[in-house]
Design a protein. Sequence first.
Length: 99
Amino acid sequence: MQPAIEPGRLARAFRLVKLGLVERDGEDYRVAGNEEKSYPVSLTTDPQCYCGDSWHRGRRVVCKHVLAARLLAGDVGLLIQFGEHLARDERFAREAGLR
């Protein structure tokens, strides 16, 4: 079963990318965080991130750090989901920093 992608988390991930708080680090990524200065994220390992959300939620959801890395990597499926949420939810657009 794939972990859930929560719309609010996806919006916050987009905001991280928009603000330039996600960067490539070799084959991996570094994403700014709240608890730490930055989190290392790998899209090819499990777990992909070691933030509190990844662990406290039992990895049933994808954290904003992994989503931000996937957005920066150009994950087409995730970009489509982002566009769908954006088209139907004004609050989502505000949370993503687009309104």
